[in-house]
Design a protein around this ligand. Structure first.
Ligand SMILES: Cc1cc2nc3c(=O)[nH]c(=O)nc-3n(C[C@H](O)[C@H](O)[C@H](O)COP(=O)(O)OP(=O)(O)OC[C@H]3O[C@@H](n4cnc5c(N)ncnc54)[C@H](O)[C@@H]3O)c2cc1C
Length: 454
C-alpha cells in the first residue's frame, strides 16, 4: 500500500485523510495538538464557520454531508442592525434554496476525524509538532509534546495542511525562486458571546448572519446549535487608525462598556458576559498568505491555509481548502502514481483561483463593514437582483458565483469587476430602481458580458 504523510489534522488535513484512504493509500496524519475528541481544547480560531457549496461538495464526495447538515444552521441572508436597533434583512440568494450554513469548527473537525478513523489505513499521531523537513532525505522532523522526544519520519509523499503559520512553508523558503508574501490586516478580531434564552431559544433571528456595520469596524454574529450566537468584533489595532474603535484604546472595562453602549446598544443588552469575554479571549490576527510553488518534485505539496490563508470576510477559507482536496483527488485519479504530474496539475488548477478568493475576501471586508448600510450600495443590490432575474445565465451576482456555485474563483473575480462597473453606471444619479432604463441596461449587459458557461 503506497503511503502518504499529512502534516496537520485541522479541517483540510482531516478531510484529505479521508479522500486519500478512499483512494487506497495508507495515511499517517501528524498533528501538534492533542486529539480534540478527547481533550477539552478549543479548535483554535473562530468557534463557528460558514459552510457553502464548495465545501459541501467535498463533504458530499466523502459521504459526510448528511451528518454535517444535521449540525448546521441555514443562514438565508444578512440581518443588518443599525445603530438605533432597526434591523433589515438582505437575502443572500435568489430564494431560500440558496443559503450558507453555520457550523461548529470543532464538531466538523471531530466528525472528519471520526470518519477517517473508520479506515484502518488512516493513523493519527497527536501531540507531534512538525519542526521541519529534509526533502533530499525524504524526512520529516517532529517533536513529541508529551515525551519531549524528537522523531524523524521517512516520507516519500507529503501533503502539508499545517495552517496559516505552516512550518513546512518555512522550509519552502529555502528553495530557490520560492515566492512568498504575508500581509497582516491592521484589524484584529475578538470573539464574544450571546447566550440563549432560559428555554434554549435564540435571542435574535436564527437563520441569518447578523451584522452591525459601523463604517470602519463591525460586529457579526453566527448562530450555534445550542441557541447561542458567537459574535466577532473586527476593529483596528491602533488608535491612530481606529480612534476609540481600536484594541489600543479599549483597555478598560468602562471604555469597552461605553463603546458598546454607543455603537451596538441592542447587542449589549443580550451580552451579559461581554467584559469577561473581551478581556478573557485572545485577540485574533487576520492574515493573507500567498505563495508559489506549492509543490516540490513529486515529494511535497501544500494545501489549504498553509499556502493560501485568506481573511474571513467571504467565509471561504475552509471552503477553498476543501475545494483544494477535491482537485488534488481529481489529479490523483487522472495521473495515478505520477506524483510530480499530480502536484503540478493541482497547483496549476488552484493557484490563480486561490489568489482570486484572497482578493475577493479583502474587498468584501469593505462591503460588510461599510457598504451594506450605504444607500447607493443598496440600490445597486436591487439592480443586481433584477438583472439576475432578467439575465439569469449572464448576470450572476458575485456573491452567488462565489458562494452558491463552483465556478473558478478567478472567473467570479473577473466577472464581478465587470458587473460592478455596470451597476455603477446604471445607478449613477439614481435614487430608486424605478428610474432605471432597462433597455439601456440590457444593451450594456450584452455588450460587456458573455453568458456564464456553467
Ligand atoms: C475568524 C475566522 C473566521 C473564519 N470563518 C470562516 C468561514 O466562515 N468560512 C470558511 O470557509 N472559512 C473561514 N475561516 C477560514 C478557515 O478557518 C481556514 O481557512 C481553515 O481552517 C483552513 O483549514 P486548514 O486545515 O488549512 O488550516 P487549520 O484549520 O488552521 O489547520 C491546521 C492544522 O495544522 C496543525 N498544525 C499547525 N502547526 C503544526 C505543526 N508544526 N505540526 C503539526 N501540526 C501543526 C494545527 O494544529 C491545525 O490542526 C475563518 C478564519 C478565521 C480566522
Amino acid at each position: 500500500m503506497e503511503k502518504i504523510t499529512i502534516v496537520g489534522a485541522g479541517l483540510a488535513g482531516s478531510l484529505l485523510s479521508v479522500y486519500m484512504a478512499k483512494k487506497g493509500f495508507a495515511v499517517d496524519v501528524y498533528e501538534r495538538r492533542p486529539d480534540m475528541r478527547k481533550a477539552a481544547i478549543s479548535a483554535g480560531k473562530s468557534i463557528n464557520l460558514a459552510l457553502s457549496v464548495r465545501g459541501i461538495h467535498a463533504l458530499k464526495e466523502v459521504g459526510l454531508y448528511d451528518e454535517i447538515k444535521k449540525i448546521s444552521i441555514p443562514m438565508y441572508g444578512r440581518m443588518i442592525h443599525s445603530i438605533d436597533g432597526v434591523t433589515q434583512f438582505q437575502q443572500y440568494g435568489k430564494d431560500n434554496s440558496e443559503y450558507i450554513n453555520s457550523v461548529s469548527r470543532g464538531d466538523l473537525n471531530k466528525k472528519l476525524m471520526d470518519l477517517a478513523d473508520e479506515f484502518r489505513s488512516v493513523k493519527f499521531h497527536f501531540n507531534k509538532r512538525c519542526m521541519g523537513m529534509n526533502l533530499d532525505k525524504n524526512e520529516l522532523y517532529f517533536h513529541d509534546e508529551l515525551t519531549q522526544a524528537n522523531i524523524a519520519v521517512k516520507s516519500k509523499v507529503t501533503v502539508a495542511t499545517d495552517g496559516a503559520t505552516s512550518p513546512i512553508r518555512m522550509e519552502m523558503l529555502k528553495i530557490p525562486r520560492f515566492d512568498f508574501s504575508q500581509e497582516y490586516e491592521n484589524y484584529g478580531y475578538k470573539e464574544l458571546h450571546i447566550p440563549p434564552n432560559d428555554d434554549g431559544s435564540f435571542k435574535m433571528e436564527t437563520n441569518a448572519l447578523h451584522i452591525w456595520p459601523r463604517g470602519s469596524f463591525m460586529l457579526i454574529a453566527l448562530p450555534n446549535m445550542d441557541g447561542s450566537f458567537t459574535c466577532t468584533l473586527f476593529i483596528a489595532y491602533d488608535r491612530s487608525l481606529g480612534g476609540n474603535a481600536s484594541f489600543e484604546y479599549l483597555d478598560t472595562r468602562e471604555k469597552v462598556s461605553d463603546f458598546f453602549k454607543e455603537n451596538f446598544p441592542d447587542a449589549l443588552e443580550i451580552m451579559p458576559s461581554l467584559l469577561e469575554d473581551f478581556f478573557g479571549n485572545p485577540t485574533g490576527t487576520l492574515i493573507t498568505v500567498k505563495s508559489y510553488p506549492w509543490c516540490v518534485d513529486g515529494k511535497l505539496a501544500m494545501l489549504g491555509d498553509s499556502c493560501h490563508a485568506i481573511v474571513p470576510f467571504f467565509g471561504q477559507g475552509m471552503n477553498a481548502a476543501f475545494e483544494d482536496c477535491i482537485y488534488l483527488n481529481e489529479c490523483i485519479t487522472n495521473s495515478p502514481g505520477k506524483w510530480n504530474d499530480i502536484f503540478n496539475n493541482y497547483q496549476q488548477m488552484r493557484k490563480a483561483n486561490t489568489d482570486a478568493i484572497a482578493d475577493l475576501a479583502q474587498e468584501n471586508f469593505v462591503e460588510m463593514r461599510d457598504l451594506v448600510a450605504d444607500p447607493r450600495f443598496l440600490l445597486e443590490k436591487k439592480i443586481e437582483s433584477e438583472l439576475y432575474k432578467r439575465f439569469p445565465d449572464t448576470f450572476v451576482p458575485k456573491y452567488t458565483m462565489v458562494t452558491f456555485m463552483r465556478i473558478p474563483y478567478s472567473t467570479a473575480l473577473n466577472r464581478g469587476k465587470i458587473q460592478a462597473s455596470i451597476l455603477h453606471a446604471l445607478s449613477d444619479c439614481k435614487s430608486s430602481i424605478d428610474e432605471i432604463d432597462w433597455t439601456a441596461a440590457e444593451t450594456l449587459v450584452k455588450k460587456e458580458l458573455a453568458p456564464l458557461n456553467y
